[in-house]
Design a protein. Structure first.
Length: 347
């Protein structure tokens, strides 16, 4: 692809404005990831048993409407097996968090689609970026479908959602956030220099991001399996390096991805490999003359390690666990920034 394919050649192109808009949307995605963590930790995700993309934006307003929503919840296994006797007030609490989570999803869709249409109508999108923005919009729509696909896994037989589907949902959200940041950085570079080309994802940056992906995957499995609760000691797990309680029978992948003790063990120790890879990424970003992403990566990784340990030894304190997920999203943002800094020099 030639350099001219991505030039801001049209006088009406506004790469800086589009970049700021994309960073705003990325901030909304970050908020949704945080609320998603609260939803999971309070076990609120199955409180809304129907998918109404438009009318669902309005919560129950009358007592009868609340009782109907509660009646629907009482029909699923989570209530029948785990929450018999729950009061309407208790139900309203978990309903609130799932409703806010879905409302944020709708808000993100509007915050992306409407400005995209406006920028397109004004011919303000630089050449070569239109398809990328449309792809991001489609990915956001797919994320809504994935969210409902995840919820359906807990409505009939299970008392919670599939941890595999939870992982897909979380990782897709982080992918969208990272892609928004990457595209915004490309556009900011274009605003500074009309001959700038999009950053290239180099081999080392790709390796570091894949190592981070594995850590995020097992973090999602840890959340979905409630595996954080199997040990509240650190660095040993219940006085053992390799914890007792791992069920080694069955298929290798099933054990690797579904045994709470093994999943917790992998998430706990793979974190150090991920931290090393990201610190090296930060170093390369600094060598490329970009101190900002280097500082961001080191700060986010260090904070995340401390929060991870604190979350474990607290017995999964809600506040610490939410902060752990929030800073995990910041690690992704910083890693995307660092990888882009290296890739921009390569481009």
């Amino acid at each position: 692809m030639t350099a001219t394919a991505f030039r801001s050649a049209a006088p009406s192109a506004r790469p800086a404005s589009i970049a700021r808009w994309l960073l705003m949307v990325a901030a909304l995605v970050f908020c949704m990831v945080v609320v998603g963590g609260i939803t999971r930790l309070t076990e609120s995700g199955l409180s809304i048993t129907q998918w109404k993309p438009i009318t669902g934006a309005i919560p129950p307003l009358t007592h009868d409407q609340w009782m109907e929503a509660f009646r629907l919840y009482q029909q699923i296994p989570e209530y029948q097996q785990l929450r018999q006797g729950m009061t309407l007030s208790d139900f309203q609490f978990i309903f609130f968090w799932e409703w806010v989570h879905r409302l944020l999803g709708r808000l993100i869709g509007i915050a992306f689609a409407l400005p995209l249409i406006w920028f397109a109508a004004k011919r303000a999108i630089p050449q070569g970026y239109g398809r990328r923005l449309v792809a991001l919009l489609a990915l956001g729509g797919l994320q809504g479908v994935i969210g409902w696909w995840m919820v359906t896994s807990g409505l009939s037989v299970r008392t919670d959602v599939s941890h595999y589907r939870l992982a897909v949902h979380l990782l897709t959200a982080l992918l969208i956030m990272g892609a928004l940041i990457w595209t915004a950085l490309d556009l900011l570079a274009l605003a500074r220099n009309s001959r700038s080309r999009p950053a290239a994802l180099g081999p080392f940056a790709l390796l570091a991001l894949l190592i981070l992906f594995a850590q995020l995957l097992f973090g999602a499995f840890t959340a979905g399996l409630n595996a954080g609760y199997v040990s509240s000691t650190w660095p040993l797990m219940n006085d053992h390096f390799v914890p007792e309680g791992i069920t080694w029978t069955g298929a290798f992948w099933a054990t690797l991805s579904s045994d709470p003790y093994l999943v917790h063990f992998i998430h706990r120790w793979w974190a150090w490999i991920a931290a090393l890879a990201l610190i090296m990424l930060a170093r390369k970003a600094k060598q490329a003359g970009r101190r900002g992403p280097s500082i961001a990566i080191n700060a986010a990784v260090g904070t995340q390690i401390v929060l991870g340990i604190a979350t474990v030894i607290s017995g999964i304190d809600l506040t610490l666990a939410v902060l752990h997920q929030a800073v995990g999203a910041l690690v992704v943002a910083a890693a995307a920034w660092g990888a882009h800094a290296i890739g921009l020099r390569r481009a």
